[in-house]
Design a protein around this ligand. Structure first.
Ligand code: 13P
Ligand code: SF4
Length: 302
């Protein structure tokens, strides 16, 4: 009988499909994917592919961005209900308010946002390129949406700009408490702390390295340390284990799990390939407006 992974492999070939998976997807899905990566890497991969079908194992904003960048391709999501709560945490009225208060302001929109919010923005960023892009903007005033934690980190790194913060947050990263990290540091005093910038300031203050999921993996690979305390979603543990089999990784807390990302099971991936289910549809008006800040991100990040 054909096993699950053989089935996925066969269907990918039959349908000329490429499977992209975020580092937060379950390990079984990452194992079956053609490419795994952070949001920035996957957005670039989605744009450059020659496959007819892109299967995106992530959350809604990722599938949506792939479709916006690739309108002629079919984009499928094994877990179409998987959404990022933070993607909705910016208010259109507040954007209008800030724009009228600072007429020269640029709205920098973290890619973890709805397509609708992207249409109201000047440039998109990911955690891998936010500092670089905001620094390169000609505008002095920048309204950073939706994430207050990544926004505050960028503000600190780019002091020459007036960065106006919003109040959105990732429920997973923002819930990591300092006392939890301190307990972990006490248990593993020799370990380096590596953190995603969606964590709160007090967590980042204790980090030896701050970066996107890809940045975290690259840092762990090149560091001389043998042990690390990881402050991001536990899915990165799969690639950390693959890339650094001799190093030890401890996650700072048991609750660093994004339930939406975990909806991407290998079974759902096989079904989606077999039935063409979970197709991402983006309204033409939205797509044409949202592609502008996404393309600007790709230009400014290089
Ligand atoms: P990356 O930009 O590192 O892929 O992170 C995306 C994300 O959803 C973090 O919570
Ligand atoms: Fe959204 Fe947080 Fe999940 Fe990332 S980890 S997809 S920011 S809820």
């Amino acid at each position: 009988m054909e096993g699950m992974y053989d089935k996925i492999k066969r269907l990918k070939k039959e349908k000329n499909a490429v499977v992209l998976a975020h580092y937060y997807a379950p390990a079984g899905v990452q194992r079956a994917a053609d490419y795994i990566g952070d949001s920035y890497f996957l957005a670039k991969k989605a744009r450059g592919t020659s496959a007819d079908i892109i299967v995106f194992c992530g959350v809604a904003f990722m599938g949506e961005s792939a479709k916006i960048l690739n309108p002629e391709k079919t984009v499928l999501m094994p877990a179409p209900a998987a959404d990022c709560p933070m993607a909705h945490m910016a208010d259109e009225e507040k954007i209008r308010e800030v724009r009228s208060m600072y007429p020269d302001a640029a709205v920098a929109c973290y890619i973890n946002s709805t397509a609708r919010l992207k249409t109201l923005s000047d440039v998109c960023v990911t955690s891998a390129n936010a500092v670089k892009i905001v620094r390169r903007l000609p505008n002095k005033n920048v309204f950073f949406i939706p994430d207050k934690n990544l926004g505050a980190y960028v503000k600190e790194q780019v002091p020459e700009k007036n960065i106006i913060l919003n109040d959105g947050f990732c429920p997973i990263h923002d819930s990591l408490a300092l006392k939890t990290l301190e307990r972990c540091i006490k248990e593993h005093p020799g370990a380096e702390v590596i953190a995603h910038p969606e964590c709160r300031r007090e967590i980042l203050d204790n980090a030896d390295f701050i970066g996107s999921t890809s940045g975290i993996i690259a840092y762990a690979e090149k560091s001389d340390a043998a042990e690390f305390i990881v402050c991001t979603e536990e899915g990165v543990g799969f690639e950390l284990g693959e890339k650094c089999p001799d190093k030890k990784f401890y996650f700072a807390g048991d609750e660093l799990i994004c339930a939406d990302m975990k909806m991407n099971t290998p079974e759902a991936l096989a079904d989606c390939l077999e039935n063409g289910s979970g197709e991402v549809v983006v309204d033409d008006d939205i797509r044409m407006a949202a592609i502008k800040p996404l393309n600007r991100m790709l230009e400014l990040a290089d």
